[in-house]
Design a protein around this ligand. Structure first.
Ligand code: NAD
Length: 273
């Protein structure tokens, strides 16, 4: 059924992790534009998180927003975030497990701390948030007036769930693991109405990869990897995330949506390899 594009998430609540910058910020803003209540999670930047929450509330007179500080790699903090969300908004319908980071090094020089930090945030953080979301979906039960699904989980993955990445093995390993986490959740919980999917962004212009676009030379080099010949914007991911959260994508479950300007289409082979 067609839904008003600006009201597709009416009466639903979305938690977006790592929402004070980059992709998470624009996912939060886009969810708010479609009338979802939004929990803007942050770890270190309360001022920007408040600005995002404020922007959601002023740009739409229905959506409400709250900020919540939590380290997604810490079980007690993730649980406290879901508790606060349920206290404020009644339930959680959508999780966008977006928070992530890089600690780059050649593998033979990578410290255990670099390895562990990336796995803790990018993988364990997604497990902890997805587990709390599932617990809340099951506790609350279906609301057919609001959504066909019992709940929606969107994992922020990366093209590096399929593209190996020298010098970033911890990051690529964490994103590769997201595929099996997401698909196992879909296999296990689709029968009760949960939808679990991933978004795999290509190169998106955010603070995480500033070195790759901050100078004209770096950008020119980067664009050789992107057949569509432009760097992605966080709003490209925001739009995809909202669509994945609406009933318009109700039959999409257990899959990865690549939003990458064809980066995964082996651009090196465009001139005969
Ligand atoms: P970003 O650095 O702007 O955003 C990452 C956010 O995660 C930040 O707000 C940061 O504070 C937060 N964060 C880090 N550790 C956290 C923790 N322990 N708990 C809670 N929040 C934490 O970068 P981004 O590009 O917006 O990245 C968002 C997601 O998109 C990441 O998962 C990243 O791997 C993924 N991604 C980004 C790109 C890209 O090109 N920018 C490409 C593919 C995937």
């Amino acid at each position: 059924m067609y839904q008003n594009p600006n009201h597709r998430l009416l009466n639903q609540t979305c938690i977006v992790t790592g929402a004070s910058s980059g992709i998470g910020k624009h996912v939060a803003l886009a969810m708010g534009r479609d009338c979802a209540n939004v929990v803007v999670n942050y770890i270190s930047d309360p001022v920007t998180a408040e600005e995002v929450a404020h922007e959601i509330e002023v740009s739409d007179d229905i959506a409400k927003a709250m900020t919540f500080k939590a380290d997604v790699s810490k079980e007690d903090q993730v649980q406290a975030m879901f508790k606060a969300a349920v206290e404020r908004f009644g339930t959680v319908d959508i999780l966008v497990a977006n928070a992530g980071l890089q600690r780059d090094a050649p593998l033979h020089e990578m410290t255990l701390a670099q390895w562990q930090t990336v796995i803790d945030v990018n993988l364990t953080g997604q497990f902890l948030c997805a587990r709390e979301a599932l617990r809340e979906f099951i506790r609350r039960g279906k609301r057919p007036d609001v959504s066909c699904a019992l709940g929606k989980i969107i994992h922020m993955s990366s093209v590096h769930e399929v593209i190996p990445w020298a010098g970033h093995a911890n990051y690529a390993a964490s994103k590769g693991a997201i595929v099996m986490l997401m698909q196992s959740i879909a296999q296990e919980y689709a029968p009760i109405g949960v939808r679990a999917n991933s978004i795999a962004p290509g190169a998106i212009q955010t603070p995480i990869n500033r070195d790759a676009w901050a100078t004209p030379e770096a950008l020119e080099h980067l664009l050789k990897l992107i057949p569509y010949n432009r760097i992605g914007q966080p709003s490209d991911i925001g739009a995809a995330a909202v669509w994945l959260a609406t009933d318009e994508s109700d039959y999409i479950n257990g899959t990865t949506l690549f939003v990458d300007g064809a980066m995964t289409c082996y651009p090196g082979f465009s001139t005969n390899g």
